[in-house]
Design a protein. Structure first.
Length: 140
């Protein structure tokens, strides 16, 4: 996992990542932590949902196909706590998703972004879009 992105500041991001591939989680977590993100990982939708309900994450990144990401996002959006049900979610998949599918996913499931698994530069760009307003709001 190589990226040409340097000097990114993700220090305001508290990210929860869920994927069934332990190697992918480890390599992505390591990369994000190099950019000062706080990252917690898990490998099951049940554990992810429990962590979301009890944790203080401002971004969720999950695989929608290897795990039951569809069911997880439905549970998140149905949760009565507005902090939980409005959490931004970046979904990714190893499968090619057409523009029409992206639109359906973003409107039907409330995904903030749908990315191709392994497109680390797009993930970093997306995370930077979340990090900038958080950093500005903190007065930095």
């Amino acid at each position: 996992m190589i990226s040409n992105k340097i000097n990114l500041d993700f220090s305001h991001l508290r990210i929860l990542m869920c994927d069934s591939w332990e190697d992918f989680l480890l390599s992505t977590k390591t990369l994000l932590e190099l950019h000062q993100a706080m990252v917690q990982t898990c490998q099951s939708p049940t554990e992810t949902f429990d962590l979301i309900r009890h944790g203080a994450f401002n971004l969720i990144v999950l695989d929608v196909q290897e795990i039951d990401g569809w069911g997880l996002i439905k549970a998140i959006r149905a949760h009565p706590d507005p902090v939980v049900n409005s959490s931004p979610v970046i979904a990714y998949t190893a499968r090619v998703i057409t523009p029409k599918e992206k639109l359906a996913l973003s409107t039907g499931y409330g995904f903030s972004q749908v990315l191709r698994k392994g497109d680390i530069d797009r993930l970093l760009d997306c995370l930077q879009n979340y990090a900038n307003p958080l950093r500005m709001a903190s007065g930095e």
